[in-house]
Ligand binder design. Structure first.
Ligand SMILES: CC(C)(COP(=O)(O)OP(=O)(O)OC[C@H]1O[C@@H](n2cnc3c(N)ncnc32)[C@H](O)[C@@H]1OP(=O)(O)O)[C@@H](O)C(=O)NCCC(=O)NCCS
Length: 177
């Protein structure tokens, strides 16, 4: 069972009772503003997404972690790794992403989870490179990417809805140094 503990967080696989809090997060327009076309997701969408993330864990050996606060046991959101199939021009690649409920923003949790995820990518999965795909204007993601030491690789557009995208990359052998 893959689990990572950071000073304040538990990164783990998904439990049945994560569905309701994750669905609340996905139903919030503030959260979804810079994700895909910005539309919110309902309970069924979230159930499907969690199922897909769990399948990815089984098939790829990595996926999206449920991010739990150690102090309270609350689900704060998700952070993890996925293959960005929606953007064929960057493949082969593994992308890191993050999504927390607004009540958990501004406390450094996303950066803490992202840092641990990059360590997992390198040390546990043996990956030497991870990318991040964020939408132009998503300043919160841009801040995390900068703090992680990722570098801008290309600017492009989403193949379906055309929103401008920024692709950052990190050589994990340098991250470890
Ligand atoms: C993207 C997202 C996860 C960023 O969350 P966040 O809370 O802003 O990110 P961080 O974890 O880096 O925390 C930011 C701030 O917390 C503050 N902070 C407070 N306590 C802290 C602590 N103990 N340690 C570190 N930072 C702390 C810092 O000021 C930090 O900002 P700074 O680095 O500019 O100084 C969040 O905005 C989100 O979920 N957005 C919606 C989903 C989304 O768009 N995801 C991107 C698409 S993949």
């Amino acid at each position: 069972m893959i689990e990572i503990r950071t000073p304040r967080l538990l990164l783990r696989r998904w439990h049945d009772d994560d569905l309701a809090p994750m669905a609340d997060i996905n139903a919030d327009p503030r959260v979804m503003r810079w994700i895909d076309d910005g539309s919110v997701r309902d309970l069924d969408d979230t159930a499907e997404a969690i199922e897909r993330w769990e399948e990815e864990w089984d098939e790829e050996g990595f996926g999206l972690f449920a991010v739990e606060l150690l102090a309270s046991g609350e689900l704060a959101g998700c952070t993890g790794l996925s293959v960005p199939e929606f953007l064929p021009q960057v493949l082969p690649a593994v992308a890191i992403s993050w999504r927390l409920g607004p009540q958990f923003w501004g406390q450094g949790y996303a950066s803490e989870a992202a840092h641990a995820t990059l360590e997992f990518a390198l040390q546990d999965r043996g990956l030497d490179r991870v990318i991040s795909i964020s939408q132009e204007g998503d300043q919160a993601s841009e801040n995390i990417v900068r703090k992680l030491g990722m570098e801008l690789e290309r600017e492009t557009a989403h193949p379906v809805h055309g929103r401008p995208l920024r692709v950052h990359t990190i050589d994990l052998t340098e991250f470890a140094a």
